[in-house]
Design a protein around this ligand. Structure first.
Ligand SMILES: Nc1ncnc2c1ncn2[C@@H]1O[C@H](COP(=O)(O)OP(=O)(O)OP(=O)(O)O)[C@@H](O)[C@H]1O
Ligand SMILES: [Mg+2]
Length: 257
């Protein structure tokens, strides 16, 4: 269901009151946020604000001490990365996480062993995987040979492979933790475009970045974290980078007074 603006009525991802302590450090303190389908949410904050901890909890890498995660309005348990993937949560760590030396088909199916029983996986012979990869790619308007190595693909073609993989895993939510941190200008551009493609495909996207220029360019909303807490949520079109910087740093300023 959508409202008059075409925005879905329910978030595909909702985090309610998540807390996480590492020894004496309160990495997350009652953090809550939502991500809607067809929306890019930027997660920003100073070093150590708790952004990666939140991503890791949603990825099933870290367990929360307290709080609730809802996917499509239903409470879920994410005990490990297999749970996350089954729930349609796709994590992209860096550079779209494609393996240069493998072919397109292998990159799309990469990680499938996580969701399939090993015996079932053996039935999936290579030609089936390639046929499936070709179908996925043509579904998004690309006529590419699945046997091509990713190393030999252009930026745009790589984006298509990353998108095909998310579709293959029936992802609803894509989480990206500093996806452009180590990238050059052209690669950053390509990565920002794929993030927009995820959204245009109907997925909910949450992207962690220190680059406010990128954040302002691609996001619909911005969630600011400080010392484990969500200290502000803004509609990108209705805020300024001065306001966001202020929200990010206010805590530090208060502490030094
Ligand atoms: N496995 C861990 N063990 C102990 N402390 C941790 C662990 N992971 C994170 N922390 C601490 O929790 C706090 C939040 O860290 P987190 O990595 O979530 O921050 P971040 O917002 O992603 O920062 P950055 O922008 O630097 O990546 C930090 O104080 C960090 O030192
Ligand atoms: Mg981090």
């Amino acid at each position: 269901m959508t409202d008059n603006n075409g925005k879905a009525e329910f978030p595909c991802l909702e985090v309610q009151g998540i807390s996480k302590r590492f020894g004496g450090i309160q990495a997350l303190d009652d953090a809550s946020l939502t991500v809607f389908p067809r929306e890019i949410v930027g997660l920003v904050g100073a070093n150590g604000a708790g952004k990666s901890t939140l991503v890791n909890i949603l990825a099933g890498v870290t367990r929360a001490d307290e709080g609730l995660v809802l996917v499509d309005n239903a409470p879920v348990e994410i005990n490990d990365p297999i749970d996350a993937r089954r729930l349609g949560i796709e994590i992209v760590y860096q550079n779209l996480a494609l393996i240069e030396t493998l072919d397109i088909s292998s990159n799309i199916h990469l990680g499938r062993e996580l969701v399939q029983r090993p015996r079932l996986f053996q039935w999936l012979n290579e030609s089936n995987m390639q046929a499936q990869a070709r179908e996925l790619l043509s579904g998004i308007g690309l006529d590419l040979n699945p046997k091509l190595r990713v190393r030999n693909l252009s930026g745009g073609q790589r984006q298509a492979v990353a998108l095909a993989r998310a579709i293959f895993f029936q992802a609803k939510i894509v989480l990206l933790d500093e996806p452009t941190a180590a990238l050059g200008i052209a690669e950053t551009q390509a990565t920002l475009e794929i993030i927009e493609q995820f959204r245009d495909h109907g997925l909910g996207v949450m992207v962690v970045s220190h680059n406010l220029e990128d954040i302002f360019r691609i996001t619909d909303r911005i969630v600011v974290m400080r010392a484990g807490r969500v200290v502000g949520v803004r509609t990108t079109a209705e805020t300024t980078s001065a306001e966001i910087v202020n929200l990010i740093t206010m805590g530090a300023a208060e502490e030094t007074i």
